[in-house]
Design a protein around this ligand. Structure first.
Ligand SMILES: [Zn+2]
Length: 196
């Protein structure tokens, strides 16, 4: 075992850095935003740089791209390096605040290629985003891929609404399910905990 570390660093892969640098400033349609999230998720798997999940933070209204994230659990050796955590943290770093809902900022949306897991649901609530856009929320993700998404709060949708976070569900649903099917057929690692 190494001495107690005093720093943790999470990084995006090199293909990711080239891709975000080439994105347009704004992406106005919800479908185009999700299409891009699905592209990032698939590319992450193709490059073996993480799991089949990606997320993007956008300004609501203009669709200005603030930050993207992809799953980095295995390459980072960090079980919480989910795409949502990466995207929200990079957006907060870029804007210099822990609160994406700060009054002097435009409202922000988080786009994810499926319902957030138990951990990321909490991260969504703490982040200050005002809208959550997802491709779907059913059992397909767990059934098709074998990932354990954890004990989702049964009232998760009403808890979002209670905090003024709008939800948009079913954006490019079929394309998202196809991605999970393709991931399963690729035979790649499903990195749940408790495997040993
Ligand atoms: Zn998660």
């Amino acid at each position: 075992m190494t001495p107690h570390p005093n720093r943790i660093t999470l990084t995006t892969p090199s293909w990711f850095r080239h891709r975000v640098a080439a994105l347009p400033e704004c992406i106005s349609s919800p479908e185009d935003r999700m299409r891009l999230v699905l592209e990032f998720a698939r590319t992450n798997v193709e490059h073996d740089t993480g799991g089949p999940f990606a997320a993007g933070v956008f300004e609501i209204g203009t669709g200005r791209v603030v930050a993207f994230g992809v799953n980095r659990v295995v390459p980072s050796g960090c079980s919480s390096a989910h795409a949502e955590i990466m995207a929200l943290s990079l957006a907060q770093k870029r804007l210099g605040t822990y609160d994406l809902g700060r009054r002097d900022l435009p409202p922000h949306e988080l786009v994810i290629n499926w319902r957030p897991c138990a951990m990321c649901f909490g991260a969504v609530l703490w982040s200050g985003i005002r809208c959550l856009s997802i491709a779907g929320s059913g059992q397909e993700l767990e059934e098709l891929t074998g990932f354990d998404e954890g004990p989702i709060h049964p009232g998760w949708k009403s808890e979002l609404a209670r905090r003024g976070i709008e939800m948009q569900e079913g954006v490019l649903r079929e394309e998202a399910v196809d991605l999970f099917r393709w991931f399963r057929s690729s035979g790649r690692l499903v990195y749940n905990a408790r495997q040993g």
